[in-house]
Design a protein around this ligand. Structure first.
Ligand code: ADP
Length: 417
């Protein structure tokens, strides 16, 4: 009996030992798998960043030239053709943006803002943007606000706007007649947080129960003719689902086929304490200056050079051009510029190196930080770490290509006036 107990004790110890070994091996395997997954994710975002750069650069030329051409004398027919080029270009850019956005969210690289804003004001702004589209289709766009929702909350207004715009856009897109209503409802009010439900109710084509199951998956569209008929990528709902989860909420749909759908989402916001309410809303107002600036455009692509110069000259600024970083550094040594628009990927010397070299020369010349030339990175690389790389090289601001003339003008106004 004792012998037996001793034996089984020994066996037990051996088993425990074996289990510990397996456990250790599993831990190592798991760590390796996690490292592999990290590498795969990194490679994926590098790949997407490069692809988007390759597409955005020529797109910048196309959209840029659309803007320049639109300001010349054109026949009605030419304007119509030109607008089609613009719409298709903008659509292509939004597809690229969606893919990049989804990859950023999936890799856990999304940083949420926690800034004060008004939910009602934001909804009204979104409504004003979309009302032309709904009016064009003869659909009423209505908003109904729950008065119990506090005037100001803390959260990521940009991401909130992205979800609501996406769902409202869809509702208008898939409705032939009737109305689209954005309705808010305060679900829960705790000490620190509020939970708000947003309903987007349409009287459109509706979705069958079977199709509803797959709606929030990437690239899913109810039928393949959808893209041809309505445009879109099938990524909007997948992105919205990820975003609502990250923002402490949820998303869903109720629908009757042929009658209409109600897409809803819930978000959690931080509450603003009464004495914290900051009434100086930054929204909208831009200072406009009249000082004529001397701008150096550093850019190797001829179309992009012409687009940037046309925009700046129209504003009354003086423009000089360098077609790579090396020439830019030489020009900087011998001239006085207020602003340098710096492309990143260029032959001979790239924008990062050129910016570093300019900052080095300024240091050598003992130029005070507030007297330094403003360097604006203008690039089709749009991931966060690309932005960080530009700022680390000493650049002051960042503009993603392709940009509209107004975006360049506003950025210059923001830093200069
Ligand atoms: P996209 O609209 O770009 O195709 P989404 O992810 O936003 O992609 O939507 C996926 C699919 O869900 C759409 O292609 C459409 O078939 C369906 N859908 C979305 N919203 C509605 C709606 N309000 N009414 C009917 N169908 C919709």
């Amino acid at each position: 009996m004792t012998l037996n107990t001793e034996k089984s004790k020994k066996q037990l110890l051996e088993d425990i030992n074996e289990l510990q070994k397996i456990n250790k091996k599993l831990k190592i395997d798991l760590e390796e798998a996690q490292t592999d997954a990290k590498i795969v994710n990194h490679v994926k975002s590098m790949f997407l960043s490069n692809i988007s750069h390759e597409i955005r650069t020529p797109m910048n030329g196309i959209i840029g030239m659309y803007n320049v051409l639109k300001q010349t004398k054109l026949s009605k027919e030419q304007i119509e053709f030109l607008d089609i080029i613009n719409i298709s270009g903008q659509n292509l850019i939004s597809v690229i943006d969606d893919i990049l956005d989804l990859s950023k969210i999936e890799s856990g690289n999304l940083k949420l803002e926690n800034k004060q804003f008004s939910i009602n004001d934001k909804i009204e702004k979104i409504k004003n943007l979309l009302i032309f589209k709904s009016k064009g289709k003869g659909i009423n766009l209505i908003s109904e606000h729950d008065t119990k929702i506090p005037k100001y909350v803390l959260g990521d207004a940009g991401r909130f706007k992205q979800i609501l715009t996406n769902l409202t856009n869809n509702a208008i897109k898939y409705t032939k007649e009737g109305s689209v209503t954005i309705k808010t409802q305060l679900l829960k009010d705790t000490n620190k947080h509020i939970f708000v439900k947003f309903n987007i109710i349409d009287t459109g084509i509706g979705i069958t129960e079977k199709n509803r199951e797959n709606l929030f998956k990437s690239f899913y569209q109810v039928d393949s003719s959808t893209t041809r008929k309505y445009g879109g990528t099938g990524l909007g709902l997948a992105i919205s689902k990820h975003l609502t989860k990250i923002m402490g909420g949820d998303i869903g749909v109720e629908s009757t086929f042929g009658k209409g759908s109600t897409f809803w989402f819930i978000l959690k916001f931080n509450k603003v304490l009464k004495n914290e309410v900051d009434l100086k809303s930054k929204d909208g107002i831009q200072k406009s200056g009249s000082k004529k600036l001397s701008v150096l455009i550093v850019e190797d692509n001829l179309l992009n050079q012409r687009f940037a110069s046309a925009t700046l000259i129209k504003q009354g600024h003086n423009v000089d051009i360098a077609e790579n970083g090396m020439i830019a550094v030489e020009k900087f040594k011998n001239n006085k510029y207020d602003v340098i628009l710096m492309d990143i990927q260029m032959p001979v010397m790239d924008g990062i190196e050129a910016a570093k070299e300019i900052r080095r020369i300024e240091k050598e010349r003992n130029i005070a930080i507030n007297k330094r030339v403003n360097i604006l990175a203008v690039t089709a690389y749009v991931l966060d770490h690309d932005k960080d790389m530009c700022l680390a090289a000493g650049m002051d601001e960042y503009l993603a290509k392709p940009y509209k003339p107004q975006e360049l003008i506003q950025l210059i106004e923001k830093i200069y006036y």
